[in-house]
Ligand binder design. Structure first.
Ligand code: SAH
Ligand code: DHB
Ligand code: MG
Length: 218
C-alpha cells in the first residue's frame, strides 16, 4: 500500500541536494546488515534544526544504530560542542564510529553499553547538563530513559523521543507488544510530568506512521 504521504515525504526530501556523507552512512549500515530503522531524512533535518535553533552545545543520544541521526545532530554543534551517543550493540557502535569518522565528526563519542547503565554513570559523573537529549533506543526502556534524562538536563533543555505513536499501536491498552505498553507509559509520564512542557507530534512519511515527543524542561 503506497500512502500519499510516503510520496510527499520522498518528494520533499528530493528537493534538497544529495548528501554524499549521509548516503554513504546509510549504505554502510545496510552493507553491514543493520536494520533500516534510522530516522527519515526529513526527521534528521528536524533534529538538526531544533539543535541549532536552541544553540545546543552538549547533546546526548540514546540509540545510535549506524550513526545516521547522530550525524544530523552532530552537524548542528558548534566546533567546541560535544555529543555522546549510547549503543548496546558492539557491531552497531563500530559501524557508527566509522560513519561518524567519515563525516568528520570527531566530537561525537559512541559509548558502548546498555543505555540505562551508561546514563546512570553519566549522572554519577556529573556529565550533564545536556542541552538536548534524543531518545531512540529500545522502547521498553523509554520510561527509565525519561527519568534519567530529567537528571541530565537543565531548565530549557529539550528532550525528544522517536517512535511514540507506533503506527497507532499505542491505542491498545492491552497490547501484547511490550514496546507498545512501554510507550503508552512513556507518553502518560511525559504528559503528567510537572518538570516539562511537552507535546507529541504525529509523523507520517517514508518510515510510515509514527510520532515524535518534544518536551522542554521547565
Ligand atoms: N537513532 C538512530 C536509530 C536507532 S535504532 C538513527 O535514527 O539513526 C535503535 C538502536 O538502539 C539500535 O542500534 C539498538 O541496538 C539500540 N539499543 C537497543 N537497546 C539498547 C539499550 N538498552 N541501550 C542502548 N542502545 C540500545
Ligand atoms: C524500531 C526502532 C526505531 O527506533 C524505529 O525508528 C523504528 C523501528 C524497531 O525497533 O523496530
Ligand atoms: Mg526510532
Amino acid at each position: 500500500m503506497s500512502e500519499v504521504w510516503t510520496d510527499v515525504d520522498a518528494y520533499l526530501a528530493s528537493l534538497f541536494p544529495d548528501d554524499a556523507v549521509l548516503l554513504a552512512a546509510v549504505a554502510r549500515g545496510r552493507a553491514e546488515g543493520l536494520p533500516d530503522i534510522a530516522v527519515s531524512p526529513m526527521q534528521g533535518r528536524l533534529l538538526s534544526i531544533l539543535a541549532r535553533s536552541m544553540g545546543a552545545r552538549a547533546l546526548l543520544e540514546v540509540g545510535t544504530l549506524a550513526g545516521y541521526s547522530a550525524i544530523w545532530l552532530g552537524r548542528a554543534l558548534p566546533p567546541d560542542g560535544r555529543m555522546i551517543t549510547l549503543e548496546v550493540d558492539a557491531h552497531h557502535a563500530e559501524v557508527a564510529r566509522a560513519n561518524l569518522d567519515s563525516a568528520g565528526l570527531q566530537n561525537v563519542e559512541v559509548r558502548l553499553g546498555p543505555a540505562r547503565d551508561t546514563m546512570r554513570q553519566l549522572v554519577a559523573d556529573g556529565a550533564g547538563p545536556f542541552d538536548l537529549i534524543f531518545i531512540d533506543a529500545d522502547k521498553v526502556g523509554y520510561p527509565e530513559y525519561l527519568r534519567l534524562s530529567l537528571e541530565l538536563t537543565r531548565s530549557g533543555s529539550l528532550i525528544i523521543a522517536d517512535n511514540v505513536v507506533r503506527h497507532g499501536g499505542i491505542l491498545d491498552a492491552d497490547s501484547a507488544d511490550a514496546s507498545n505498553r512501554a510507550i503508552r507509559e512513556f507518553n502518560a509520564m511525559l504528559a503528567a510530568e510537572p518538570r516539562v512542557d511537552a507535546t507529541v507530534v504525529q509523523v507520517v512519511g517514508v518510515k510510515g506512521h509514527d510520532g515524535l515527543a518534544l518536551a522542554v524542561v521547565r
